[in-house]
Design a protein around this ligand. Structure first.
Ligand code: 3PG
Length: 311
């Protein structure tokens, strides 16, 4: 039996690694498609509160249909589950709408460069809100992350304060979301996929009244008409694509979060941004200066140093 165990463990380990690798690759690919359609939609229809709401509505609908048709098994939840989910949903809603508002104001690449600073927020939240301390190298690794983001921000050709602040708020909100989610998922029978489905539904309920208050049907109707007259009737498919891909990439990311630590998740998320930054610069012909790109590269390198220091 001992020999069997010795042979099985490396196999199981590599199967698990392969599974997580596949989740990561799918997550990144879906995210690139989402970011492209999301920005195409926002360029023609600058109503980020509505597009954020539609993404959540689409995901909620997809999951309700999957449960009703038994493509996916509906989770068994109790009041306690929904109560614990509430702070996660608040953080998810804020992080989502803030990132979308940011992308409606600045280049997708800029939002994601600022969002690559998420590990720095993670350390600060853990330090100041959870009282966790880290070894000195972890704190030092934040210098290139913060410095790189700052360099990229000050040299950004199309800098916009709302765009910058939106990405910063999103960073802070998502750090809380990831910490609370991991805690909420621990020891619960709800899978990563269903956990994200419930999260979408609760966030949708939270976001809808705010979206109506901030933008509202009058603005949406006028904006929609303009967008359709400029782009054509297929504009609706761009909106569908951004909404469907938003749900899919998040669902896959939650399926990974189910298997990994919030730290590994943060690192995977930062690496995801490299593909988004490169793809969006190519597709949208975003003008960048060498020093701007250098700032982004330093920030991303900082994340790798951080992951090493944290280990
Ligand atoms: C959103 O709309 O929620 C953001 O685009 C997502 O940001 P993320 O890349 O951190 O998931």
């Amino acid at each position: 039996p001992l020999d069997i165990n010795i042979e099985l463990i490396p196999d199981e380990h590599s199967a698990q690694k392969l599974k997580i690798g596949l989740y990561f690759a799918t997550w990144w690919a879906l995210n690139v498609v989402f970011n492209i359609y999301n920005k195409k939609v926002l360029n023609a229809f600058p109503y980020p509160w509505l597009t954020s709401t539609l993404s959540l509505a689409c995901g909620s609908l997809m999951m309700l249909v999957s449960w009703a048709t038994r493509i996916a098994e509906a989770p068994k939840t109790d009041l306690d589950f929904w109560k614990t989910l509430f702070p996660v949903a608040v953080a998810h809603t804020i992080g989502h709408v803030a990132a979308t508002v940011s992308m409606s104001k600045v280049a997708v690449s800029f939002t994601h460069i600022i969002k690559s600073g998420e590990p720095a927020f993670s350390v600060m939240v853990s330090r100041f809100f959870l009282g966790e301390t880290f070894p000195l190298p972890v704190y030092l690794s934040l210098l290139p992350i913060i410095g790189g983001c700052a360099l990229a921000a000050v040299t950004e050709l199309n800098f916009n304060t709302i765009g910058f602040m939106g990405a910063m708020i999103s960073n802070l909100a998502f750090v809380f979301r990831n910490i609370f989610s991991k805690k909420g998922m621990k020891g619960k029978s709800v899978s990563g996929m269903n956990y994200y489905a419930c999260l979408s539904m609760m966030s949708l309920l939270i976001l809808t009244p705010f979206a109506i208050a901030v933008e509202g049907p009058k603005m949406w109707a006028a904006g929609w008409e303009t967008a359709v007259s400029q782009i054509g009737p297929h504009f609706v498919w761009w909106v569908v694509a951004q909404s469907v891909f938003y749900h899919l990439y998040n669902q896959v990311s939650y399926m990974s979060l189910d298997q990994i630590s919030p730290l590994t998740f943060s690192i995977g998320n930062t690496m995801k941004r490299i593909s988004v930054i490169v793809a969006s610069i190519i597709i949208f012909h975003t003008p960048i200066q060498p020093v701007n790109a250098l700032g982004a590269a330093i920030a991303i390198l900082g994340t790798f140093i951080y992951s090493q220091a944290k280990q």
